[in-house]
Every structure is written in structure tokens, then in C-alpha cells.
Ligand binder design. Structure first.
Ligand SMILES: Cc1cc2nc3c(=O)[nH]c(=O)nc-3n(C[C@H](O)[C@H](O)[C@H](O)COP(=O)(O)OP(=O)(O)OC[C@H]3O[C@@H](n4cnc5c(N)ncnc54)[C@H](O)[C@@H]3O)c2cc1C
Length: 461
């Protein structure tokens, strides 16, 4: 017999939780419901800033009993805004930000409410690091569960390649310790399968010695030839060097000379995780591609690779992610032509050459199945006026379509609200079916559905 949903009571939730409950009339509600990206205006019934695992289990049970939609938030950088539910409950982990670094064993237990910048600064004090992404304000919760492609991807692999264990509260409120020996199916699934399987409260990571790197910003003029040559150099570079090349119109920022403002540039960030002379040798070919417009590549402590970010910056974005095998000839011409044609406040084609340690992990070892994909490309337009959405969406779709090659995969953490077929692109081959079977085991009612959703395998499959 189907039972009717339990009534929802904010005072009861407040009395039950050790953490903070923020209701629509409370001070701080608007700030707490705002995700990183602008243009997402959802009003949750309540935001629960959980303080511990017991709070997490309690919030899960309230969502389950009342039928209110549950959103899980770590750093709030979900591209489609999955961290906020209209009329639902936001389970906000940002206060669960403890960090316990074991310097001798080079491991750390980290609360999933930490940002990647907070984590990296804290472990960096010991000359230790793992790779997350390119922004220090992203939460370790979302980036880790989706994979994590960042400045150390070629040297040390994805973030999940350093995940040793996690603590997870499942849909039935149980706290599980998950690792290669205990619940190995779940451990496989949470390394790439996103927030579909439970709420991760803590992660245990292996750390690497990453002290002084040679890295930073290198800005070059963007012609098709320089773009293609940059990509070729990034592919030929030693694994120590990972690059992120943003081809974009130069913004009017102080370290770009005024004559280049409004011109097409490669705004690249390079990180050589070996440092020293080897680092200088590895970055030299990039400096030689053209006369640099700005060259801020230098020896630096690894955490400095994260650029300072503006508080309260919430641009509206539309983006498309894909993998390609090459960026040369026509593709490089197309990038240059189309970027010139965009009317967005900021239009960018971001190119990340992969390979190295990431590619040495077997494709079926984790739920991130794109180990052999060679280059990740993200096409994005950032703008302020919601009325312009259609124009910029059309521009993004047009350029992404023109760049598409044979690799039909997609990286789940860069997907927008693009429908089930694109989520399936994130989980190629048998990965999708395996994830659906595990979803059925741990979340048969699909309580964790406000995400890039993997529906539970149907009964009797
Ligand atoms: C500016 C920017 C730069 C980025 N750069 C990179 C990059 O370089 N490399 C890269 O790999 N990705 C990058 N990303 C993508 C990023 O990894 C995803 O958007 C990620 O989901 C953000 O995590 P979050 O915790 O901040 O987001 P949230 O919005 O808090 O979470 C996103 C989703 O993840 C799930 N989730 C989060 N935490 C938990 C948890 N503890 N337990 C269960 N589920 C959880 C939920 O489904 C949630 O809706 C970037 C995103 C932005 C906006």
C-alpha cells in the first residue's frame, strides 16, 4: 500500500539537526540558495547546512518521507545548478570541511564541504597535492565524484585516481565506508558516477609530493597555426606538464597590454609538476610558438596555480563539452573564425590535452570511461542578459557541432542540462548498465535524482 507523504516541518528539522537550517525568511537565504552560475533562480523550501553524518542521514530521511526533491551541494559549481532544488531541500555540506593530513603516510581525510583551493592550500603547506580542476572555488564533492581533470592530470591522473576511500550516507540513511575491499561496486561507481549513489561526507586521498612547480599564465596571439602548434607541443610534452589553453578574446586586464585587448589570444595555464630545469625545458617550446603577450610562467608553490577569484561573480553560461583527437587545420581555423563572430561577453574554446597517467588506468577500472580520449574541448559563452540565451546557445551548438570528430564521449562534470542521451555519452559501453545495476542496489527509488541522473535498472532486468 502506498503511504502518503509525511508533512514537512521546518521547526522539527531545526530541532533535529546539529547544523544550521536556513528557511526562506531567514537572513542569508538568498546567498545560501545561489549557485556559482547566474540565471538560476530556484527557491528551496529549506537549506540544511549539515554538521555531521547524523544530520546528513536525517535530511535524507526527511526528503524520503516528505517526497520533497533533494539537492546535494558541496561547492555549488554544478553547471546546470543541480545543487539547488525549487521548492525542495538543499543538503549543504559546506560546514563539513574538516581536513586531517597524515604527512608521513601522504594521505588525507577531507570533509566533502571543502573547496579544492582550501584543500590544496592546506596540503600545499606540506609540499603535498593532488589534482582537482582549474578553479579553487569548486567543491571537492562534485569534482571528485565526477572524475576531476586538472593541472596534474598527465602526471598523476584524475582526482579519482587518488581516491582511496570515501564515507557515504546512502538513500536508506546508512553510513558506509567504501573502498576497494569494502563495497567495491560502490567504490567503482562513485569514481565518475557523480552524486547518484549517496552523499559523500568524507574522502580519503593519496597525496603526492608536489612542491615547487614551473607554471602559470602564458598568453600568446591566437592564429590557427599557433593553436595547432600549441596542441602538438602539449601532446609531445612530458607527462609532468599539463596545459589548459583558453582560446578567447583578450579581456581588458592589467597584465595584457592595451593593444591586445579585444584581440584573439591563447590564455594558457601551464603546470610542470617536476619543476626546476626540467620544467623550464618543458615550457620553452610554448614560449617559442610566438612572441608571448604575457609570460607569467615561473617557479611557484603548486597552490599558486589557482588564480584569485572575484567574490559574488555569477555569470550566466552556456557550454558544450566533447573529446576530440586533433585540433589542427580546419578545426583551428573554425575556432578562430567562430570566436571572432561571437557576441557574448566572453566566448571561449578551452583545449585540454589529456594522456599520461590518466590514460594508463584501464577504462573499466572506474566509472569514468574516457581514459583513451586524447583532448577535451569545452566551448562556452558567458553573458549577462538572459534574453540573449538563444543567441549564445546557438553559437555554442554551432561551434561544438563543427568541431565534433569520432569520439562521442562527454565528461559528466562539464555537462549542462542536455538530456539522457548526453548522460549516456558520459558512460560509454557497459559502464552505463553497470552503473544502473548499482543504482538499483543502493538507491532503488532514485532519491538522488537531481544530478546527471542514472536511473535504477528496471525490476527483473
Ligand atoms: C568555474 C568552474 C570551473 C571548473 N573547472 C573544472 C576543471 O578544471 N576540472 C573538472 O574536472 N571540473 C571542473 N568544473 C566542473 C566541476 O567539477 C563540476 O561542476 C562539479 O560538479 C562541481 O562540484 P561542486 O561540489 O562545486 O558543485 P555542487 O553544485 O555543490 O555539486 C554538483 C553536484 O555534485 C553532486 N555532489 C556534490 N557534492 C556531493 C557529495 N558530497 N555527495 C554526493 N553528491 C555530491 C550533487 O549531485 C551536486 O548536484 C568546473 C566548474 C566550474 C563552474
Amino acid at each position: 500500500m502506498k503511504t502518503s507523504p509525511a508533512p514537512f516541518s521546518i521547526p522539527k528539522l531545526r530541532a533535529d539537526l546539529a547544523g544550521r537550517v536556513i528557511a526562506p525568511d531567514d537572513a542569508g537565504y538568498d546567498e545560501a540558495r545561489t549557485p556559482f552560475y547566474g540565471g538560476i533562480d530556484r527557491r528551496p523550501a529549506v537549506i540544511a547546512r549539515v554538521a555531521n553524518e547524523r544530520d546528513v542521514a536525517r535530511v535524507i530521511s526527511v526528503a524520503s518521507d516528505t517526497g520533497l526533491e533533494l539537492a546535494v551541494r558541496s561547492g555549488g559549481h554544478s553547471i546546470p545548478g543541480h545543487c539547488v532544488a525549487d521548492g525542495g531541500i538543499v543538503l549543504d555540506l559546506s560546514d563539513m570541511s574538516g581536513l586531517d593530513v597524515d604527512v608521513e603516510r601522504r594521505t588525507a581525510w577531507a570533509g566533502s564541504g571543502l573547496t579544492t583551493g582550501e584543500f590544496t592550500n592546506a596540503t600545499g603547506a606540506h609540499g603535498l597535492a593532488i589534482g582537482f580542476g582549474d578553479s579553487g572555488s569548486v567543491g571537492i564533492g562534485g569534482i571528485t565524484l565526477g572524475g576531476g581533470v586538472g593541472f596534474l592530470v598527465r602526471k598523476h591522473g584524475l582526482t579519482i585516481d587518488d581516491l582511496l576511500a570515501a564515507e557515504l550516507v546512502t538513500a536508506d540513511g546508512e553510513l558506509l565506508q567504501v573502498d576497494a575491499e569494502t563495497h567495491p561496486d560502490l567504490f567503482w561507481a562513485i569514481r565518475g558516477g557523480g552524486g547518484n549513489f549517496g552523499v559523500a561526507t568524507r574522502f580519503r586521498f593519496r597525496l603526492h609530493e608536489v612542491g615547487t612547480i614551473v607554471g602559470g599564465i602564458l598568453i600568446l596571439p591566437a592564429t590557427p597555426e599557433v593553436i595547432a602548434a600549441f596542441v602538438a607541443e602539449a601532446e609531445a610534452a612530458p607527462d609532468e606538464l599539463s596545459t589548459i589553453a583558453n582560446v578567447m578574446i583578450a579581456p581588458p586586464i592589467p597584465f595584457v597590454p592595451a593593444e591586445y585587448h579585444g584581440k584573439l589570444v591563447i590564455f594558457a595555464i601551464l603546470a610542470h609538476a617536476g619543476g626546476g630545469d626540467a620544467g623550464e625545458r618543458a615550457v620553452a617550446p610554448f614560449r617559442a610558438l610566438a612572441t608571448p603577450i604575457a609570460d607569467m610562467v615561473k617557479p611557484m608553490p603548486y597552490p599558486e596555480i589557482y588564480l584569485p577569484e572575484e567574490e559574488g561573480y555569477h555569470p550566466i553560461a552556456t557550454a558544450r563539452t566533447m573529446f576530440v583527437d586533433t585540433v589542427e587545420g580546419d578545426a583551428a581555423d573554425t575556432i578562430v573564425d567562430r570566436l571572432h563572430a561571437s557576441t557574448a561577453m566572453m566566448a571561449v574554446t578551452q583545449i585540454r590535452v589529456l594522456g599520461g597517467a590518466m590514460a594508463r588506468v584501464p577504462a573499466d577500472a572506474t566509472a569514468f570511461g574516457h581514459r583513451k580520449s586524447r583532448i577535451m574541448v569545452n566551448v562556452a559563452a558567458l553573458y549577462e542578459d538572459p534574453e540573449e540565451a538563444e543567441t549564445h546557445q546557438g553559437w555554442v551548438a554551432g561551434l561544438a557541432g563543427a568541431l565534433r570528430q569520432d569520439d562521442a564521449g562527454a565528461y559528466v562534470n562539464f555537462l549542462g542540462d542536455e538530456g539522457e542521451s548526453r548522460i549516456r555519452d558520459a558512460y560509454p559501453g557497459t559502464t552505463w548498465d553497470r552503473l544502473r545495476a548499482i543504482k538499483r542496489r543502493y538507491d532503488p527509488a532514485n532519491l538522488f535524482r537531481l544530478n546527471q541522473n542514472i536511473p535504477p535498472e528496471a525490476e527483473g532486468s
